[in-house]
Design a protein around this ligand. Structure first.
Ligand SMILES: Cc1cc2nc3c(=O)[nH]c(=O)nc-3n(C[C@H](O)[C@H](O)[C@H](O)COP(=O)(O)OP(=O)(O)OC[C@H]3O[C@@H](n4cnc5c(N)ncnc54)[C@H](O)[C@@H]3O)c2cc1C
Ligand SMILES: NC(=O)c1ccc[n+]([C@@H]2O[C@H](COP(=O)([O-])OP(=O)(O)OC[C@H]3O[C@@H](n4cnc5c(N)ncnc54)[C@H](O)[C@@H]3O)[C@@H](O)[C@H]2O)c1
Length: 524
């Protein structure tokens, strides 16, 4: 089929070089060509500007897409400014590729463990890493139209492809044009934080999530700096796919800095260890030595030596830095628009999502200080801000109940106050109800009955303040607890709500039943 010169074309050497150098995307196969044609079309024609927009979103991740499309669908004059790849981190280098990759890793585990279900796999199993990564690119391309410029324009939003820089309290410049707005949503997201003061790290060919999903070759040895969500999900993935993975955790256990449940931490660590991940705790990378810089263009992996606590040397072909995120707030004219921000943490907003220092400006998602950095949070903040900025409503950030899930196997899902330690830190007295999965019939049949549901209530009451769930599909189970918290449904009601048998979700009900049983009269 003939392709237009305005389209990204798979395997075209010039296009491939441009996609790699300008957009950090490679290889340019048919899937990445589809992706780029959606989220960063070549020679894109900007819209003809309205004299003044009701709302302009700067940024095109979940936050910018939801705020600009929702405004347009409700009749506002709306625009979105997209500098890099629409869909932001989530579609391109975050949730989507990581979950697609995890799916392949879980397939490895299923095949490897097949014998326990009476299924005999003849011979050794092997992983075709190139095919795994091709499927990751396929998933991304399949989802891309939801975030692509065609769909955004069809919703009625004007799209500008370039960097937005605020030039005044109510103006933003993009591609040499000045656009006027009544309201502006800043949704510029974040980027990986690179720890400073680690000798040799800056010069080393380390990677972050921004390069990880371009890998074409499985690194035999991977070291992961950090032990948060990215680290755990990717460590498990690469270990199952066949890498020798070591996670460097500066704390004494998982989830310590966020007061995560200690039992959950032990289960997740043990599960990853059973998949071949090595954890070094109370560990600090004290030096990185580059032995061979490698060459991503010719697919040659680098070779590095990572020194831990000044005494242990680990050789590796991939050093993945996953040490948290910094907000994108620099060099975008926030000073010109009088917007208060904190370098690293992000834009400072009030409980309505509005800048205290410029009431025309609102903040959404990962670029905002002190909010959970999650796609569903960006989306929900965007809905909230559209309602407040355009409809003059008073939806509040503090009213949001935000679940979070690490998609490891088993999954680790949390909402609200996650543990007794977290409660103590907030000066809150709680009762904890725990239902283990060891006697959950479904979990036993599934061959995965290590885990639990813990629900925390205000002491002496059934008012739920939070939960931690460790289970195969904990991410599905936590939504019930979020619903209860958001709508003031007590643990009593959860205990009286019939749950289908056999489901792991019965563990949530199990906590409710414990509460009820503790209140019922005895017959002795
Ligand atoms: C590896 C990984 C896995 C993840 N997995 C999950 C998950 O499973 N579930 C989950 O909920 N969250 C997950 N996250 C977090 C999630 O990706 C982010 O919370 C989400 O993408 C934030 O959306 P956002 O719109 O706020 O910002 P972003 O997605 O960062 O989008 C911001 C956009 O703005 C653009 N931009 C920046 N500056 C400008 C400018 N001046 N002008 C124009 N455009 C600009 C950027 O290019 C970018 O496209 C993951 C993150 C990573 C890194
Ligand atoms: N499933 C999901 O929802 C999902 C998946 C991946 C990422 N995310 C989001 O993306 C964000 C980034 O993930 P992340 O894993 O990078 O961050 P994180 O905050 O989850 O973990 C950061 C880790 O790096 C460590 N660290 C920080 N600075 C360090 C330093 N100087 N030296 C050594 N270790 C250091 C921390 O102790 C921690 O273990 C998170 O906010 C998360 O919400 C979400």
């Amino acid at each position: 089929m003939a392709t237009s010169p305005q389209q990204w074309t798979a395997d075209d050497p010039q296009d491939a070089a441009q996609a790699r150098s300008k957009l950090n995307v490679w290889p340019l196969d048919e899937h990445n060509a589809v992706l780029l044609n959606q989220v960063h079309p070549k020679e894109f024609q900007d819209a003809t500007p309205h004299e003044e927009y009701d709302l302009i979103a700067i940024g095109s991740g979940a936050g910018g897409l939801v705020s600009s499309k929702q405004s347009a669908r409700r009749g506002a004059k709306s625009a979105m400014i997209s500098e890099h790849l629409a869909g932001g981190d989530c579609l391109n280098v975050g949730c989507v590729p990581s979950k697609a990759l995890l799916r392949s890793a879980k397939a490895v585990a299923a095949v490897r463990d097949a014998a326990q279900f009476g299924v005999v796999i003849g011979g050794d199993i092997s992983v075709d890493f190139a095919a795994v990564m091709k499927r990751v690119r396929y998933c991304r391309a399949k989802i891309a139209p939801a975030d692509g410029h065609v769909g955004t324009e069809a919703a009625g939003t004007h799209v500008y492809q370039g960097r937005g820089v605020l030039t005044g309290a109510n103006t933003v410049e993009v591609n040499g044009k000045t656009l006027k707005f009544k309201k502006c949503v800043i949704a510029t997201g974040g980027r990986p934080t690179i720890p400073q003061n680690v000798p040799g790290l800056e010069e080393a060919p380390y990677i972050t999530n921004e390069q990880l999903f371009n890998l074409e070759q499985l690194p035999p040895r991977m070291v992961v700096l950090g032990a948060g969500v990215i680290a755990l999900e990717m460590a498990q993935c690469f270990a199952l796919l066949g890498s020798n993975v070591t996670v460097i955790n500066r704390s004494s256990r998982l989830f310590e800095s966020k007061q995560g449940d200690a039992e959950a931490a032990a289960i997740i660590q043990k599960a990853l260890e059973s998949h071949g991940v090595t954890f070094l705790s109370n560990a600090k990378i004290t030096k990185v030595t580059t032995i061979d810089a490698g060459c991503s263009e010719s697919n040659k992996l680098p070779v590095m030596q990572v020194t831990v606590n000044d005494k242990q040397d680990l050789g590796c072909d991939c050093l993945l830095v996953a040490a948290g995120r910094s907000a994108n707030v620099e060099n975008m004219g926030l000073e010109n628009a009088y917007v208060e921000y904190d370098l690293g943490k992000g834009i400072v907003v009030n409980d309505f999502g509005q800048s205290n220092t410029n009431p025309s400006i609102w903040g959404v998602g990962d670029c905002v200080a002190d909010v959970p950095r999650l796609t569903h949070m960006s989306g929900e903040m965007a809905k909230m801000v559209v309602q407040n900025a355009l409809a003059g409503d008073d939806w509040k950030l503090s009213s949001l109940v935000v679940p979070a899930v690490a998609y490891t196997e088993p999954e680790y899902a949390t909402v609200g106050v996650v543990s007794q330690d977290a409660a103590a830190k907030q000066g809150l007295e709680v009762d904890v109800y725990r239902a283990g999965l060891e006697h959950n019939d479904r979990a036993i049949c599934e061959g995965n009955n290590v885990g639990f549901c813990k629900i925390l209530c205000k002491k002496g009451t059934d008012e739920i303040v939070g939960a931690t769930i460790v289970a195969e599909r904990a991410g599905e189970m936590i939504n019930e607890v979020s619903l209860a918290i958001k709508n003031n449904i007590g643990l009593y009601a959860i205990g009286r709500n019939i749950h289908s048998y056999p489901t792991t979700g019965e563990a949530v009900m199990g906590c409710g039943v414990q509460y009820i049983n503790s209140k019922l009269p005895r017959f002795d």
